[in-house]
Design a protein around this ligand. Structure first.
Ligand SMILES: [Zn+2]
Length: 154
């Protein structure tokens, strides 16, 4: 059975194929929750990047709590940094795609800030996302860079 739907994210209209056993009432409840395939893929890219960032930040926090030797802590930090570089780029790229920007807004500072304050990873990601929205509105790179630095106190 095919039902019409409007993608919850990009608002594009489409048709979804549902199993024949699906009741009309269930279809009515399901339709407003559906997203199109490109939005689903983009959402997966975004959440997988976010998960990788949280995993690396949690590894730094745990290592700091355990009280590793300086050598071991250095190894953990190098590994987490190596994981955070592609993960933050993936995160930035997913948002770039979502915001339909032609330029990737990313710098090593994104990684450095997460390494310095891994316990504030969620706030930093939220701030990046909000700042990117502001950037899209203003199209002003300098405002973004300055406000990120101010917010993070770096
Ligand atoms: Zn969509």
């Amino acid at each position: 059975m095919k039902i019409p739907y409007t993608c919850r994210i990009c608002k594009a209209d489409g048709w979804a194929e549902l199993g024949d056993g699906c009741s009309e009432e269930w279809c009515d409840k399901l339709a407003p929750l559906l997203v199109c395939n490109p939005c689903f893929d983009l959402r997966s890219k975004f959440t997988s990047a976010r998960d990788k960032i949280f995993r690396a930040c949690n590894a730094i926090i745990r290592a700091e709590q355990v009280g590793l030797t300086e050598d071991d802590m250095g190894t953990v930090r190098r590994r987490c940094r190596a994981a955070l570089i592609p993960a933050t780029r993936q995160y930035a790229d997913a948002l770039r795609e979502y915001k339909k920007l032609s330029t990737l807004v990313w710098s090593e500072d994104f990684v450095q800030n997460l390494m310095q304050k891994p316990e504030a990873a969620a706030q930093q990601l939220r701030f990046y996302r909000d700042s990117l929205s502001a950037y899209v509105k203003n199209q002003n790179m300098q405002v973004l860079a300055a406000s990120v630095a101010t917010e993070l106190g770096v």
